[in-house]
Each structure stands twice: as C-alpha cells, then as structure tokens.
Design a protein around this ligand. Structure first.
Ligand SMILES: Nc1nc2c(ncn2[C@@H]2O[C@H](COP(=O)(O)OP(=O)(O)OP(=O)(O)O)[C@@H](O)[C@H]2O)c(=O)[nH]1
Length: 672
C-alpha cells in the first residue's frame, strides 16, 4: 500500500511540476522560493529590535500610528515575531469558518461572525470564497506577542489562481481537511502547491464534531498520501471550537518567520490587489526587505511606473493605517491607482531609483472559457457598458473586449477562469451593478489551422471559418484528477470515456479510495460534467484539474438557422460526433421555446456544410387587441404599452422575433 501511495506522490511530482488546478489558470509563479522564504528557525533568528511590550491602544487621541488589537503597533513586531500563513483546503472543508474562529479568538472581531472575510454578496449568498482575504492578528504565545498574518483562500478550482499567489506571500499553510470527507482532489492539488513553494504545512482535521467524522482514518490517509507525521495532525471543530486552542500555537511553532532585512533597500511583492469604491486600488504587499511608508516614492518594476504612497497599513481585518510596513510584514498600500490593471500582481516594488532583484513573478491568469455578454433589453447597452467597466475594475482576471453580434447587437466577449467564475461575474453584474444580462453558451478557445498553414486563435464560434478549408483544429485539454470511493470507479471511468477522456493513471489511495487521472478536453468540463460526476458517485467524487497540452480533434462549427438565416449568437464549436445529436436537441429546445409567429418558422442546425437537424414552428396570427371589445381606449393603450415593453426583451433575428429568455434556455441544453 505504502508503495502505491508513494508512487502516487512520485507520479504527481514527475508528471507535472505543480499538481494543481492553479496551473490551469496558468497562475503558477515561476518560483523557486525566495531567499526570505526559507528563514532560519525562530530560535536561530537574530533580532536587534526590542521585545514586543503589551500596551493599550491610546484612547481619544488622534494618532498617526495604527494600533492593532491590544494596542500594538507594527514596530512591535520584528520578523522573528511575525508569521505569514494561508488556510488551504478542498471546497467547503471549513476554511472561512476556521478564519472566523481565529479572528474571534484573537479579539480581532466580535464572537458570532459568519464568513466575516467573505465580503462579496455573491460569496455570502453562495457560501463560497471567491477572493482571497487577508487579516492580521495579534496572538500571545508563551509570553511573547506575535503578529500573525492569515490569508483565507478560495476552494473552488476556478479561483485557484488566488491560492497560488496567496501562498507566495506566506511561509506556511494550514492544510484543512474535513474529517468526514477525507482527502479530496483539491486537498491533493493544494498540498502540492504549498509543498512546491517550500511552505511549512500544518495538517488540520476539521469537523470532528460531524457524525460521519473518521479522524483516525483521515489522519492515516494524510500520512500516507503526503508522507506526513500522524502526530503532527491537529483535530478540531471550527464549529464547536474543539481543539481550536492548538491551532495558533502550532502556527507560531511550526511556521518559520519571514527572513527580512529591515536595513536593506525596499523589496516587496505585490501579491494581490482589489478595487475599493472610495479608496481606489488597494495593493497588498508582502515586504521582503526594508520598509515602505506614507509619502515614499516607489516604483513597480514590471509595470515601470512610479507612485507616491498615500497610505499603508494592516488589515486587522479592517484597514488599520500604520506609519510603515516593514520587512516580513504583509499589508496594504494605497498609491493613487485608479484601475486594478495598473497593479500587476507578481510585480516587485522598490524605492524609486533604487532597483532591487525582481521576484520571479506570476504568469498572468489565462481565460479558459469565453462567452458573449449582451444587454437583455435592446436599449440596455450603455448601462451594461458602464457596469462592465466598473466590475472589470474589481476583477482583473476577466478579459473583456467589445463584440458585435448580428443577432444581439453590441455587447462584450469575455474570458473567464472557468464556468463558476463566469456565473459569479454574471451574478455580480446583475446584483452589484443592476445590469440585466444575457449570456451566450460558453466556449473554450481553440486554434484553427487553415489550408496554406495560417493559424488563428478563436474565442468566438461565430469566427470559426466556413468559407475556407480547415486543415486542423487544436482544442485545449486538462489533466483531471478525480478522487472517489472505490465503488464508483466503474461509473466514473465510463463518464470520463464518454467525455472523450484518456486514462493516464489509476492509483489506490487507501483501501476503498481511488484516484483517477485523465486527459479530458476542456470543452467537456463545461455543461453537465461536474453534475454527472457528482451523480455517478452519489456526491462523493471530487475533481481538480490543471492545464494540459492542446490536442488535435475534429471540431466543427454548428450553426442554428431560423428561416435559413444563421444566428451568430447561437453558433457553437463541437466535436464532429456531437454535431447531429446536439443540433437535434437545440432545434427541439428552440422550437419549444419560441412563441408562434405570424408565419411558419423553420429551425435548423447545420454543420460541415449540411443540415443535421430540423424543426418547424407553425404560424399563428397574433393580435394583442383581439381581447379589446367595445373600443375601451385606455385598455387598448395599456396593452400597447405592455407590448412595447415586451418588445424591448425581444430580438429580431432575420424575420423572426425571439424573446431573449430563449438564449438562456438554450444554454441549458446538454452538449452530450
Ligand atoms: N459540523 C461542522 N460543520 C462545519 C465545521 N466547519 C465548517 N462547517 C460547515 O461547513 C460548511 C463550509 O464551511 P466554509 O467555512 O464556508 O468552507 P470553505 O472551505 O471556506 O468553503 P469555500 O471557500 O467555498 O471553499 C459550512 O456550512 C460550515 O458551517 C465544523 O467544524 N463542523
């Protein structure tokens, strides 16, 4: 057994440098570790600075210094008394709940908080973390005060870009595992992310209060899968608080302090940035050496821009301005930036005219799915454009460009990190910015090689050439990791094969638990794949993936035609074998969803130069005034008004009027 598990580890490491969904988003910082990430042990860490005294925050006095819980200021914490760590885990294993408890325990927030660090409405509603959040805590251990900087990370694979860059600002990570669910796909991915970055890893079992908890079994899983010492595994319940008192002492004792040199010139990593409506762009910096303070002139090396620092401080978890941020500390900087695109995450900041060696940086987040976004009502473009501009400011990982559709008019083509990211973006457009939007079927980018050798990158099915000969199409793939109880292996292998998957490996993790590794076309992960995976495993299987090599595949454009006119917004790029069945499903769905018109409408699907499916909608003469008997003028006017409003939500596709809801209905049509 041990051999098998070790081979799993070896395979993971040999097969890919970082086994993580993060690399799907191409988010992997080109590390290895920086020098300050492998500091000496605290006991060997020399510090000439004074010990941190305990004192009260000044009352009633406007102080330029920022004070943390217990009245501490940043000067109280030399690098030896700082710990920077992330909480990483599979989705829903309890990261945000643990973060809440740690904030309460250290007095940073009042008891009873629920997902305090999840600030977005969409995060609160869906109970998921989308954006990594930072919080600085003060914790007393064995008579010494420590400044602990905690980063709560998202669990979902789409947002793993956030995890990898958060880890770059840390020296340690709490690897949280649900004691009832055990090791899952993102547990594996996140472990290797932290391991590859040389972080100290603290394994913590959560939910030991859960009736299905099996702490002994999951501890054995962790020990075998990751070669961890079972004695190092902590067991807690973030819900009841059981075992919680052991977590922060473990952080202090096991996570090495940052090795910063306060006397050296400023060298800081910009590891995150977000937009605040009132304060502009808030940059999160991990200061490796030196210090940065209000009024300093700093340069962002890769961006090649210099800025005057307006404010620096710690997030505790609310912003606490401080005179400076010092070596080893993680905090925020306001430098008068208006747009998050100015803040390139992974950039190195230094004092103006005092360049320093740059950090390796991060690869930019790469869009994995694209979709068109259009206003629901024909006159809603301006409102949508304003909403897009505002939201794009806060989410630099979405790629936006203008698009014009014959069917839907002016809109945007946007690139996302995955389907959840797309859905979250849509929800935020609607909830936070009041835009009523219509989203076209998501598509993955592919490369089309034309006769003569010219090759084009496509992110819009409507651009797929039909008038020139296509020599080859290359579609993106992922290397997917599925962790499942043994009894579902057969059903899951069937599912992956149906999704055009190629089995790469099959590893028994422990008796009753298996890890499958597949190459899958990225296009197949859209639609219902995740739901099918869950239903084939009664909800027990988990999935993670990283970017794979592009693969040649017989992909073609599937057009939907209304009375002979192709509707560009309904085109898809599909595998040759899928064109006909999908075409049939789309025609049937469209025929079912379209209201009858005053003439017969032919609904057709065409691929590879031929019609592959057809449906017909019979004619109906509709008269909105038919019910108006007796010449009631005001009633007539009301009905006409109502019809006018309804028409705003209609689009004229050739001769056919289509309610915009139809586009939403068609998105739900299964691709397989
Ligand atoms: N029984 C029990 N439930 C817990 C415990 N900790 C968290 N939960 C529950 O587990 C669910 C997920 O918790 P979260 O803290 O949102 O998980 P997360 O890992 O932050 O989720 P993502 O950010 O979406 O990955 C919530 O319903 C919590 O109330 C625990 O110790 N015991």
């Amino acid at each position: 057994m041990q051999g098998l598990i070790r081979s799993a580890g070896a395979w993971l490491r040999a097969d890919s440098p970082v086994v993580s969904s993060a690399s799907l988003a191409c988010a992997w910082p080109v590390l290895p570790a920086w020098s300050w990430r492998q500091p000496p042990h605290p006991a060997r860490c020399t510090s000439t600075e004074a010990e941190a005294p305990e004192r009260e925050a000044p009352q009633g006095e406007a102080s330029p210094r920022g004070f943390l819980a217990g009245g501490h200021s940043v000067e109280d914490f030399p690098p030896s008394h700082i710990r920077n760590f992330s909480i990483i885990a599979h989705v829903d294993h309890g990261k945000s709940t643990l973060a809440d408890r740690l904030l309460e325990l250290t007095g940073a927030i009042n008891p009873g908080a629920k997902q305090y660090l999840d600030k977005l409405q969409v995060e609160k509603e869906r109970g998921i973390t989308v954006k990594a959040q930072t919080a600085s805590l003060v914790f007393k251990h064995e008579g010494e005060q420590y400044l602990l900087n905690l980063i709560d990370t998202p669990g979902h694979v789409d947002f793993s870009y956030e995890v990898s860059r958060s880890l770059a600002a840390c020296q340690g990570a709490i690897l949280l595992v649900d004691a009832s669910q055990g090791v899952q796909a993102q547990t594996v991915a996140n472990f290797w992310l932290a391991f590859e970055q040389d972080l100290a890893i603290i394994p913590v079992l959560n939910k030991i209060d859960h009736p299905g908890a099996e702490p002994a079994r999951v501890t054995a899983q962790l020990a075998e899968a990751f070669d961890l010492d079972p004695a190092a595994v902590l067991a807690i319940s973030a819900k009841t608080g059981a075992g919680l008192d052991r977590v922060l002492p473990a952080v202090v004792e096991r996570v090495p302090p940052p090795r910063g040199d306060l006397a050296a010139p400023l060298r800081a990593l910009l590891f995150d940035a977000y937009h605040d409506e009132y304060r502009g762009v808030v940059c999160l910096l991990a200061v490796a050496d030196g210090a940065v303070g209000r009024g300093d002139r700093v340069t962002a090396a890769a961006a090649g821009q210099s800025y005057d620092v307006v404010e620096v401080g710690l997030l505790a978890p609310e912003p606490v301005p401080t005179p400076s941020l010092r070596a080893g500390q993680v905090g925020y900087v306001l430098a008068g930036m208006k747009d998050t695109r100015q803040a390139r995450v992974g950039d190195t900041w230094h004092a103006a005219r005092a360049p320093v060696p740059a950090f390796p940086g991060f690869k930019p987040a790469q869009s994995m799915v694209f979709a068109g976004i259009f206003p629901v009502s024909a006159d809603g473009h301006e409102r949508l454009a304003a909403a897009m501009a505002r939201l794009a400011l806060t989410d630099a990982s979405v790629a936006v460009r203008r698009e014009n559709s014959n069917a839907l008019g002016a809109g945007f083509r946007c690139g996302f990190l995955g389907l959840l990211h797309l859905d979250v973006f849509r929800q935020r457009l609607e909830q936070e910015h009041g835009a009523d939007v219509l989203v076209t079927a998501p598509t993955v980018p592919c490369r089309v090689v034309l006769q003569g050798g010219e090759s084009i990158e496509l992110s819009n099915p409507a651009d797929f050439p039909t008038d020139v000969r296509v020599e080859a199409v290359w579609e993106p793939t992922v290397r997917a990791t599925v962790v499942t109880p043994e009894e579902y292996v057969g059903a899951l292998m069937q599912l992956c094969t149906a999704a055009r998957g190629e089995l790469l490996d099959h590893v028994v993790l422990d008796p009753g638990r298996t890890m499958l590794k597949y190459t899958l076309p990225l296009a197949e992960l859209g639609g219902d794949f995740y739901d099918e995976l869950k239903s084939a495993s009664s909800g027990y299987a988990s999935l993670d993936y990283e970017e794979g090599e592009p693969r040649r595949a017989p992909m073609q454009r599937l057009d939907i035609l209304l009375n002979g006119e192709p509707v560009d917004a309904l085109a898809r790029i599909v595998h040759r074998d899928r064109a006909e069945p999908l075409g049939r499903r789309l025609c049937a769905a469209l025929a079912g969803a379209l209201p009858q018109q005053q003439f017969q409408v032919a609904v057709q699907a065409a691929a590879g130069g031929r019609v592959v499916a057809r449906d017909t909608i019979r004619a109906l003469r509709k008269n909105v005034l038919a019910k108006c008997y007796g010449g009631d003028v005001s009633r007539k006017r009301k009905l006409l008004e109502k019809q006018k409003e309804g028409k705003k939500r209609m689009r004229q596709l050739g001769s056919v009027e289509v309610p915009t809801d139809v586009f939403h209905d068609l998105m739900k049509v299964r691709s397989r």
